[in-house]
Write a protein that binds this ligand. Sequence first.
Ligand code: FES
Length: 181
Amino acid sequence: MAKPSTIPGSQRVAPQQSSDNLWSRRSFLSFAAWGAFLTVLSGGLLGFLRYLFPRVLFEPSPVFEAGTPEDYLVGEVSEKYKDSNGVWIIREKGGMYALLAVCTHLGCTPRWLASDNKFKCPCHGSGFKRSGINFEGPAPRPLERLKITLSPQGKILIDKSKRFREEKGQWGNPGAYLKLS
Ligand code: FES
C-alpha cells in the first residue's frame, strides 16, 4: 500500500496512486471511444465502397455461334450443340430451326431417335416429332424453339434467351425459323 505524500508543514494530500488510476481509467475510456469511433467509421467506409463498386454477377452470354448453314445436311437433326448448349439444330431444304432440349413435361432431356424419327423423353415417355410437336406421353405442349439468325459474316447465331412456343402461335414470329435460299 502506497504511503500518502505530505508537504512539510501542511495537511495531507490525496494519495498519488488514486490520481494515476483515474488517469489510466480516463485513458482507457478515451482509447475505447476512439476504437469504437474508428470501427464505425471503417464500417461506414466499407459500406460506401460497396455502394460505389457493387458486386456484379457475370453470366455467360445466352447467344452462341453454331457454324454456318453449310455445316448441316438437309434432313439432319444435329446434336452437335446438345451437350454443350442443350440445343438441337434441324436443317431442312428451305431453312433451319433450333429446338431447346428440355421436355415440356417436367424438364428432362429427351433423346433423338433417328431410326424412329422422333425425340423421346426417358423420364415418362413423352414423344415429339422432329418439328418439336408433342404426340405421345404426358408432355402438355411442344418443345420450344430458340431464336436463330445469321450474322453479317454468315454465321448461325442462336439466342437461348428468346424462346418461341407453338401453342402461342409464336413459331411464325421473326427469328423462330431461319429461311435459307
Ligand atoms: Fe419428359 Fe416427363 S419429363 S415425359
